[in-house]
Design a protein. Sequence first.
Length: 143
Amino acid sequence: MDTVKDILKEKGFDVWRVKPDASIDDALKLMAEKNVGAVLVMRDGAITGIFSERDFARKIFRFEKSLKEIKVEDLMTRPVLTVTPQTTVDDCVALMTHHRFRHLPVVEDGVVTGIVSIGDVVKTIISHQQFTINELGKYISGA
């Protein structure tokens, strides 16, 4: 069974982060530059929230300020649910589905070691399904 550790080995361990008092403008620029849908919000090495495209789209209407004036902590999701490198892909799917999250930070011994997205999880599941289909095809054809 695949784990979060297997996903991170494939995709990498990069984690993009901002401080709670960073502007929404800065966070969105970082997300665009790194081509990611979410950034962790951290203070002194600890996760205080997560800011995603979904947070922006669903909460920005509450403010009548510029994006440079609104702080990430005003829109971020908290508390943040995390997983460990040993968490299975199936458990990630269950957590993401139940809580309607698209991103799960990976924490080991209190240190952030990565982040997995719903896209990463789906890619892993599809890869396994394709392998099974290919193996069944070989079996049926006698190869």
